[in-house]
Design a protein around this ligand. Structure first.
Ligand code: GDP
Length: 311
């Protein structure tokens, strides 16, 4: 069975890692959000792509879920001493990635080609695709500070301003990266990882042709909201500020027309009936991926669920 997953950073990477442990490289592809990408200190940084790649390569920092394990901070500490911009933390190993990618992009190479080369260098056999090679920047409209670039909102302002909406700058001109539509077309089913629906999955769906391609396939999503709150990040806060009560139900409703199946946590079992009333099959299981075994356990549950739906 071939599965293609849509993923953001931390939550997405964990399930993608679990799935990659079960499905061989020719049966599993990951399409990653690049709306979080930005330029900082002259470097092109692609946080979600890096998180997914580092995680699949076994190079991710297990404590944060992002950045590199065994990281050192010499460059960053010097930047601090020199009163440089330090609101976005960049470790020494991580800097190596950004330096090479920035240089290669300057010479006109595509993000998808660079990613493919990096994956090979890191020993990743599965295909990891950026959603697009074109510039798309997620912009967050806020009550207090007007429109903010995503990392300005997410990291610099620590998600504190109240959100009133989102815009994906550049999306009208963005084409899917090579392989993206093929990976969707060739899949038996799609999995929306437990990523932030607003700023991780929606930007991918907004790339030309992606939503309509997804609509032709069985789609299973895993809720990033458990017991009305997130494991990490601003998704629940965003739902609240947009006037929607955060819940697994709200996530299912968010993707409603695309979904054939939805995975909710056992603590949300009572939401099953209301989700199934939208004509969406549900799987109730433990969706917290506290360690690698947890990723594997949820990935297996998702694969069994997908199999039961497409039979
Ligand atoms: P980001 O781009 O780094 O914010 O990463 P994502 O959008 O991929 O993931 C953020 C979402 O992952 C948050 O809404 C979290 O609630 C969710 N998340 C993180 N860890 C887990 C987990 O173990 N299980 C589930 N179900 N969701 C998780």
């Amino acid at each position: 069975m071939k599965i293609t997953a849509l993923a953001g950073g931390v939550g997405g990477a964990k399930l993608a890692h679990g799935l990659s442990q079960i499905l061989p490289p020719d049966q599993f592809t990951i399409i990653v959000n690049t709306g979080d990408d930005f330029e900082h200190l002259g470097l092109y940084i692609s946080p979600d792509l890096d998180t997914v790649c580092y995680t699949l390569a076994g190079l991710a920092n297990p404590l944060t879920g992002w950045g590199r394990k065994d990281e050192s901070w010499h460059a960053f500490n010097e930047m601090e001493k020199l009163a440089g911009q330090t609101w976005f933390r960049l470790g020494d190993r991580d800097l190596g990635t950004h330096l090479v990618r920035t240089e290669r992009r300057k010479h006109g190479e595509k993000l998808s080609t660079i990613t493919q080369n990096f994956c090979r260098a890191w020993g990743i056999e599965h295909t990891i695709l950026p959603m697009t090679d074109d510039p798309v920047y997620t912009m967050v409209a806020t009550k207090e500070m007007g429109e903010l670039a995503f990392q300005e909102y997410f990291v610099h302002q620590r998600c504190e301003p109240s959100v009133t909406g989102f815009r994906f700058d550049g999306i009208e001109k963005a084409l899917p990266a090579p392989g993206v539509l093929e990976a969707i077309d060739q899949a038996d089913a799609l999995v929306f990882c437990p990523s932030n629906p607003w700023v991780s999955i929606d930007p991918i769906l907004a790339v030309a042709g992606v939503r309509s391609a997804c609509a032709t396939k069985p789609v299973v999503a895993v809720s990033p909201i458990i017991g009305g709150d997130v494991v990490k990040g601003p998704a629940a806060k965003m739902y609240r500020e947009l006037g929607i009560q955060p819940s697994a139900y709200a996530v299912a409703k968010h993707y409603e027309n695309l979904l054939q199946g939805f995975v909710v946590d056992t603590v949300d079992a009572e939401l099953q009936a209301s989700i199934e009333a939208m004509n969406i099959s549900t799987l109730v299981t433990n969706t917290i991926m506290e360690d690698e075994l947890g990723r594997l356990r949820l990935a297996k549950d998702v694969i069994d669920f997908v199999n039961s739906l497409i039979k």
